[in-house]
Design a binder for this molecule. Structure first.
Ligand SMILES: [Zn+2]
Ligand SMILES: [Zn+2]
Length: 345
């Protein structure tokens, strides 16, 4: 079968690899029908050393169950399923609390070196705890939106939930990538009245307005902080959703959060050390939260609004390709020519 491999920074190839097969009684074998490239795939695309490659890529996919191990009971051959970006057993103490990303037995797709979603097929461990059945046809026009449940929509929603967004909060969103835009949609869904989107790519911020942003701030750094403060009576917003992961975005976040407010981060931090002292968090009684989103916990909650057409998170996909086009897809996303690339293997 064919699959995407990253050999090192900037070097993505589609090659023949051994077929994925069932190995454990709790596995399912899924033939991938839709997959995509994630903003977080761009981090290794920038920095991965050749010594750690080649790595199988992709952690967001929808597909048809082709086979199941003897202990799998919730999905069967022929089912259309969506896979979250984390594997979870569904039964351990953290899964029962809904914190699927801390599952004691599962993990991230990176920990499965022979599997990846940007491929023709995937062996899915803990199929009962990981996969969610989709009751739509394989060729449904809803597929791009349903695919966002595997990561970017659930991640944007997690940011808003962790940040405590409700109808009494004002919200800033830092980042106009797919997660940032879907954090806007999520803040809108949770009732926020003012949603300020910080981003400077007009095609993206236009979609952000469609998703519910009331204001767009293109400026960054001190200028951006001043703009947000002007829009909020000088105080900043109750909640800041940070969907980038780089230090300047974090600095932006504590610059625009209101005293007593919350910074919720879902952009994977590319730093370990960051300010938390009097001038950043402590002085204003600021709460810092966020982390990898347990998207498995949100799929059933978010799916009905997609199925009934209330929301269309799949609008974040602006490019579609087959497997052969995946290397160019990475390049297009890296150069900001594509917002998010949908793959139909
Ligand atoms: Zn992702
Ligand atoms: Zn678990």
């Amino acid at each position: 079968m064919r699959a995407t491999l990253m050999y090192g920074a900037g070097d993505v190839r589609v090659e023949n690899v051994p077929d994925s097969v069932i190995k454990q009684p709790t596995d399912a074998l899924v033939r991938v029908t839709s997959s995509c490239i994630c903003g977080s795939d761009l981090h290794p695309y920038h920095s991965m050393s050749r010594d750690s490659g080649p790595a199988r890529m992709g952690h967001e996919f929808i597909g048809i169950v082709e086979d199941t191990g003897s202990e799998v009971s919730t999905v069967r051959k022929g089912d259309l399923v969506v896979a979250p970006f984390a594997i979870s057993c569904g039964t351990c103490v953290f899964c029962r609390e809904g914190l699927y990303t801390s599952c004691l037995h599962g993990g991230f797709w990176d920990n499965e070196p022979l599997e990846g979603g940007q491929a023709e097929a995937v062996r899915v461990p803990f199929a009962d705890g990981t996969l969610v059945k989709l009751n739509v046809a394989e060729d449904s026009v809803l597929m791009p939106s349903l695919l966002t449940l595997s990561d970017v929509f659930g991640t944007g929603y997690h940011a808003a939930v962790q940040g405590g967004v409700n109808e009494r909060t004002s919200v800033s969103v830092i980042g106009d990538g797919a997660v940032g835009l879907l954090a806007v949609l999520s803040a809108k869904r949770l009732g926020a009245e003012q949603i300020i989107l910080m981003g400077r790519h007009p095609a993206r911020t236009d979609l952000g307005r469609e998703f519910g942003a009331t204001d767009v701030v293109a400026e960054r750094g001190e200028e951006g902080i001043t703009k947000v403060r002007e829009l909020t009576g000088g105080h900043g917003t109750h909640v800041v959703l940070e969907a980038v992961g780089h230090m300047p975005a974090y600095e932006q976040a504590f610059g625009i959060v209101r005293p007593g407010g919350t910074i919720s981060r879902v952009g994977v931090p590319q730093y370990e050390d960051a300010p938390i002292g009097f001038g950043s968090l402590f002085g204003g009684n600021i709460t810092l939260t966020g982390g990898p989103a347990p998207v498995r916990a949100y799929i059933e909650e978010l799916m009905p609004d997609i199925l009934n057409g209330t929301i269309e998170p799949g609008k974040v996909f602006d490019t579609t390709t087959d497997l052969d086009g995946v290397p160019e897809g990475y390049q297009a996303m890296d150069e900001r020519k594509s917002l998010k690339v949908l793959i139909r293997p």
